[in-house]
Design a protein around this ligand. Structure first.
Ligand code: GH3
Ligand code: MG
Ligand code: MG
Ligand code: MG
Length: 312
């Protein structure tokens, strides 16, 4: 029996092992038609450790967001090309930007105009001139909340891996990057063998534990090489940038061999579990869906070939 105190330590240790990424500075995109004002704001935020990008043309905002991936937008209310609330409205219409925080920074002191801007999509309204500490603190509060929300939205509750839809977004992004500058990129699909039997024999909670054991192992072994998703119930996906088909297959096969050694318990019963996997490599011109189809077909071959194997 594990003493409760030891258990806490164990959980802490596991959390550190999987969450030992350094704190990432907040990414703020500043939009202001006045370059000098935007630069000054950027300087204040950079001094507080944030990463900033300045845009003076609101018309290329969507593209800048796609490229820079900000966690917060600091927008001037009055620009000649389009007003801040118009920009907010356009941003809110994009699926993947619907929750991106938009903070207005403006000399506008008319409360009704401020409220209108917030109704059109703004999360906060800061008035110029603003004290540097107030600016930094306000941006931090809003960005922090967004990061927490996003973490909850993008991660699966049982395993902590990326959800199907967020993994799909990452896949699209990586493939788009490859279209611009081709490099090796591999995608693996994993599926636990005869998982239904585990559920049927030992019950759903034991099945859940088996799913978690594989996700833990994936995190320990493969997280540093790429992105991990829970694709479906007992299905996982691994996206490996800068990795050839051969290396990807070696890594997944090493995982397969370690996983099949793992002993699971259900009451008095001790049992083992295996998975099958399919790996595909991106080739020039391939779309994200073609790549996942190729990995899926390889997985199908692994199942047909007798399971507990990796096919490429
Ligand atoms: P195969 O070797 O061909 O993959 O067979 P399988 O039994 O693993 O595949 P199948 O797709 O028939 O069964 C998957 C089962 O996983 C069906 C579903 O009830 C179960 N399942 C899906 N999500 C969860 C979950 O979150 N927890 C548990 N315990 N079971 C789940
Ligand atoms: Mg202006
Ligand atoms: Mg399945
Ligand atoms: Mg299965």
């Amino acid at each position: 029996l594990i003493h409760p105190y030891d258990l806490t330590q164990l959980v802490d240790r596991l959390d550190r092992q999987t969450d030992n990424l350094p704190f990432e500075p907040y990414r703020v995109l500043i939009v202001d038609d006045s370059h000098s004002i935007a630069e000054h704001t950027g300087k204040v935020l950079r001094q507080a450790g944030m990463v900033t990008r300045v845009e003076t043309d609101p018309l290329i905002l969507l593209q800048a967001i796609e490229e820079f991936e900000p966690e917060l937008l600091l927008v001037d209310m009055y620009m000649p090309e389009c007003t801040g609330d118009e920009a907010a409205k356009v941003i809110r219409q994009q699926d993947n930007m619907a929750s991106l925080p938009i903070v207005f920074l403006s000399g506008e002191t008319d409360i009704s105009k401020q409220l209108l801007a917030r109704r059109k999509g703004g999360d906060d309204f800061l008035t110029k001139p603003i004290q540097p500490q107030v600016l930094v603190e306000s941006v931090t509060i809003t960005a922090e909340r967004y990061r927490t929300l996003r973490r909850l939205m993008c991660h699966d509750g049982l395993t902590g891996l990326l959800t199907h839809s967020h993994f799909g977004e990452q896949l699209l992004r990586e493939v788009a990057r490859n279209q611009r500058e081709p490099q090796a990129l591999a995608l693996a699909m994993l599926d636990i063998d005869h998982f239904k039997r585990i559920n049927d024999s030992y019950g759903h909670p034991v099945g859940d534990r088996v799913i978690r054991s594989l996700s833990r192992m994936l995190q320990m072994r493969l997280r540093r090489f790429g992105q991990l998703g829970r694709y479906g119930g007992e299905e996982f996906a691994v996206l490996l940038p800068e990795t050839s088909l051969e290396v990807a297959m070696q890594r997944i096969d090493a995982l397969r061999q370690a996983y099949m050694q793992l002993q699971h318990t259900a009451g008095e019963v001790v049992f083992n579990s295996t998975f099958s996997a399919g790996v595909a490599a991106w080739k020039p011109g391939m779309t994200a869906s073609e790549l996942s189809l190729a990995a899926d077909q390889a997985l199908y071959r692994a199942k047909q070939g007798g399971r507990n194997q990796v096919c490429g």
